[in-house]
Design a protein around this ligand. Sequence first.
Ligand code: ADP
Ligand code: ADP
Length: 220
Amino acid sequence: MPKYIVLLGPPGAGKGTQAQKISSSFGYPHVSSGELFREHLKNQTQLGKLAQGYIERGELVPDDVTIAMIRERLTRPDCEQGAILDGFPRTAPQAEALSAMLAELGGKVDLVPYINVPTRVLVERLAGRWTCREQGHIFHETSNPPRQPGKCDVDGSELYQREDDQAETVLKRIQVYLSQTTPLIEHYRSQGVLVEVNGALPIDQVTQTLSELIEKEVLV
Ligand code: ADP
Ligand code: ADP
């Protein structure tokens, strides 16, 4: 049976950072809706052009196109054993669609670590975030600096600061998260799969907690 882990938490909580680490240690692919959108943007596909305005404004891309994009990703062969979802679902209809999709694939949402971080920390984290152009590897200028400034440790590509990480857009994204995504916390809590994780701790400690959770709750 495939296994699916959904990382929940506000923008800047560390979902991408943790997904990259647990993906490489447990072998489940990292499925990031934001990263998929950014690839479409880079390639100027029809979907990329549609998503661009929403992303620049810090709004959510409409559910139907987002759901279709994730469906396509989860049905690729590398997701046969499951996946780590980062940034999806973000709305109640997306969560419903995900359950239906996973049922078709013979699985379900097995674990939802909710990475909780105080709002004031989020702005600092996003202001100092540097993202790799090639594959989206994530760094921070003080808490997780690259060995060489401006260059990705993993693939050597250029690091850049996302347009939507500017303070004004960040505040909008946090508002959107509070209104549209936080209801999913209760949704998954009521299904018994939610576990709250303190995302204010250092990166390696959060990874340790998540790894233990996955071993206990998913690999059984
Ligand atoms: P999200 O995917 O939830 O938006 P990221 O993983 O991109 O969050 O992390 C946001 C920023 O915070 C990045 O610059 C990252 O290096 C940094 N970061 C992530 N986790 C931590 C942590 N536990 N402590 C300090 N900084 C962190
Ligand atoms: P963060 O690092 O803040 O969690 P992401 O990289 O996940 O940000 O998302 C960047 C942008 O991509 C969002 O602000 C939104 O415009 C769009 N996006 C990503 N995931 C979704 C989703 N599940 N539903 C709608 N829009 C999304």
